[in-house]
Design a protein. Structure first.
Length: 273
């Protein structure tokens, strides 16, 4: 009975440690000449070490690979500095992102990727007037992203968009950058199909749409966050063991029920009644 109770708890309350053990933070510093210095901090907040940590900065149309970390134990953190970001010329806010790959075991462990996005500003922290949302639906091989962007100001905006996907994912009809002209308070909807790749043990992945535009000699940027899924909204592959355990538990209970219902003692009791 005790084991059965534990099984029920396991099904109802799935494993709480489903988040990433590796936490990522970005600090930035911009001098008066527009030169940018970045610092990437990675901290292992889990209970086990992680291995082969490969960080990479992504800014504008360029990428910068950083030093590979062999191992990071529980509670350990490390900060890497990067000064390869192109100098910024316009006053305003600029996007920055980091992709960090790591493994859960030294040899043959599960490979995971963290996509962390942030921004920094030069002289003035201007706020973007472009907002929106990302909705997703899909199957095992592809995911359909329904993207909405809206201009919340009265003035026209020529926006550039960049879709940030996990490694191995390929977006159809969205190669690199995409541009739109949005009139005042205008809203636009479009769809993007993403082919699956990379980690096949997961079916939920973060997705970011970076939106930039220039206005009055200033640079504006913002991001729209979403979750890309490769399964129906009510189902996730990571919970397959819990669903399986639930089915097994149901079959066991049905077996107990029919066994008791058809037992001689039960039939005798019903006859005496």
């Amino acid at each position: 009975m005790r084991h059965l109770f534990v099984l029920i708890l396991f099904v109802i309350f799935p494993n709480p440690v489903l988040g990433q053990p590796l936490q990522v933070f970005i600090d930035s510093n911009v001098n008066q000449n527009g030169q940018v210095g970045l610092a990437l901090t990675m901290e292992n907040t889990g209970s086990k070490p992680v291995f082969h940590i490969q960080p990479m900065f992504h800014f504008h149309h360029s990428m910068s690979m950083m030093t590979v970390i062999r191992e990071l134990g529980p509670g350990q953190s490390i900060t890497l500095e990067n000064d390869k970001h192109p100098p910024v010329l316009r006053i305003g806010r600029y996007p920055i992102s980091a992709r960090v790959k790591y493994e859960t075991l030294f040899e043959g462990g599960e490979r995971k990727t963290i996509l962390h996005t942030d921004s920094f500003y030069f002289e003035e922290p201007v706020q973007s007037q472009i907002g929106g949302s990302i909705q997703s639906s899909g199957g095992p091989a592809s995911s359909n992203l329904k993207i909405m962007i809206q201009n919340h100001s009265d003035s026209l905006k020529n926006v550039r968009m960049m879709l940030m996907l996990p490694p191995g994912m390929i977006a159809e009809k969205f190669n690199g950058m995409m541009g739109f002209t949005l009139r005042g308070n205008e809203k636009k909807n479009f769809e993007v199909t993403v082919k699956r790749g990379g980690d096949l043990n997961e079916d939920r992945f973060p997705v970011r749409l970076m939106v930039e535009y220039g206005e009055m000699l200033k640079h504006y940027s913002g991001e729209i966050k979403g979750v890309m899924q490769f399964s129906p909204s009510w189902y996730s592959a990571k919970y397959l063991p819990h669903f399986t355990a639930l089915v097994v538990m149901g079959l066991i209970w049905m077996g107990f029920y029919f066994r008791f219902y058809n037992s001689p003692l039960n039939k005798k009791g019903n006859t005496n009644a």
